[in-house]
Write a protein that binds this ligand. Sequence first.
Ligand code: ADP
Ligand code: MG
Length: 671
Amino acid sequence: MAVDPQGSITQLKGVGPKLQETLERLGIYRLLDLLIHLPSRYQDRSQLTPLSELRAGDECFVEGEIMGSKITFGRSRSLEVLVSDGSRDLRLRFFHFNKSQQRILAAGRTVRAFGTVAFIGRNLAIAHPEYQVFDEPPPPPKAELVPIYPTTQGLGQARLRNLTKALQHLDWPNAPGTPFAQLLYLHQPDDLGRIDEISQGLALDELCAYYVVMKRRALKRRKEQAIGLPQKDGLGRKLLDNLAFELTRAQQRVVRETLLDLQQNVPMLRLVQGDVGSGKTIVAAFAAIRSVEHGCQTAVMAPTELLAEQHQLNFRQWLEPLGIRVALLTGQMTAKSQRQTLAAVGNGDIQVLIGTHALFQDKVVFHKLALAIIDEQHRFGVHQRMALQSKGLSPHQLVMTATPIPRTLTMTLYADMDVSVIDELPKGRQPITTHTAAQPNRPELIERVSRVLSQGQQAYWVCTLIEPSDEIDALAAEEAFAMLSQQLPQFRIALLHGRMKGEDKVEVMRAFKAGEYQLLVATTVVEVGVDVPNATHMFIENAERLGLAQLHQLRGRVGRGSLASRCFLLFKPGVSQTGQQRLNALRESQDGFYLAEQDLKLRGPGDILGTRQSGEQSFRIADLGEHAHLMPQVIKRSEALLNAPSQSADAAYLEVLLNTWASADTQHLSV
Ligand code: ADP
Ligand code: MG
């Protein structure tokens, strides 16, 4: 009898309560979940490599005679097994081992091992290889592609492999369009070409499922009620007159698009994309004003305390002269002031509430929430977006992001939203000259920063670590701070990193903005939103450790005023070729959209979208970098499926699609 793919994983032989728990940590609850828990790669074990041809860093499959073994007491106790194939020696090292392992790995036997080769001193070694021991000369290796799975503590590759092998023996439903046969193949393939072909087909399916879910979500939203906010008292006009600058045409257009949406009594869900510094915040302010004009409240959500604080300052400056009451709510506030703020939010006294994820707490109850503004959306999961939504009667949502992504990707990933693009920077912005330096001449850099600071400008010095690490060879912020403080005693230098207390961070940032500090040594906490127009120079240590998007964001902290700005990307020699290309792309361009496309080409968009961190769009098969070219096809096919008559083959196929992919990860795909 055919098995139910949605059935519990415990039906599989050998899955007891303990293993069930472990599997749940991988998101595997149902048989289907295991089936779509696909290998992240495959090891080719069809070829044995002679030991003389091994190079450090190679992942290899080797064979040799065991010459002997001993227990060594270096930094930690380990079992070292000496192997030779006549061409060279190799050591297999085990830091965790037991008596029986020691017995099995006996001299005179033949061992076949798989692992990554490294040099220990002058000796080649593999630590914790997978291995097999033979008494007789072993048979030639089978042509085999061994799947390597993403896994979790307490679940080894071999065990996971056995589980997916067991899937092969189940009787999967075989209706047309069901992807089970293909999925099974990916767990036990024999041909790399076939893998690509099948993955491509399944990626298309998965993206279609995603698109359909997003579209249905949009349709559902259109049936909900929101408070319509038509044109009213002209407060927006007043803000416009008060502004020290003129809106760019792009800003005007996006404000118009947003206000038009707000007039409707259907909840808006609009994504504003705009490169760093394009001026998204003021657009949000105009939307907030419209909500206030109707006696309604607005929530503004930022991903970090720093940014929330900064938004508060900006909104205050723009809105308070119009008599609008703005407040900040963060997790760092004292219980008392939180309580006071919450009371004022509850009775409607506060009209614009700005905060971090603290806004999600149940105790935040709005009097009349009409609009939610979410800044740097890629930092939050969709999940959180929904949580805020449930606070009022379907508030309008304005989502802002500085991560530009190619249009076809936008149309798929944000298929549930309407999209506005601010594709123009404010006038008078100076281009940022970007330098890359593989072996920075430190005295010259110090000399340069000293010159810049003496002229009254400010600078950032960004590091990728807070404190020195044994594992990672990179200059830590604390080290840089000590070094710079020592070499530039005549300047006021501050240190800013994520492990500082929220109020301290805010104070440092305020003081830097006010010019009380001239140089800010920071970690990537300054990546988003920080706006200090007088800062003109940025030095980024170990730029090779950061993604293109992140570097672009960081660099966007300078070039915000009318003075020429420079960014120095410092890195270690020996950066990978892709790393080098990434740095070159940054040097050549300041256009976020261009960089997004380059990033997509170079390494997939996980980073440019910032999604890998938030886990928002974690596709099983689809890789947005690899499969970006499928997007037009995804849209066309999905639209056809969405419009299919209910009894048709297409409708049945859509059911299969959604059942397979859409329920896999309820975090982002529940309808
Ligand atoms: P982002 O899009 O990166 O969030 P911000 O909203 O922080 O950009 O704006 C960056 C800076 O540019 C702020 O200091 C803001 O006041 C200023 N700004 C915004 N729009 C304009 C404009 N049209 N002309 C001049 N400056 C502007
Ligand atoms: Mg911003």
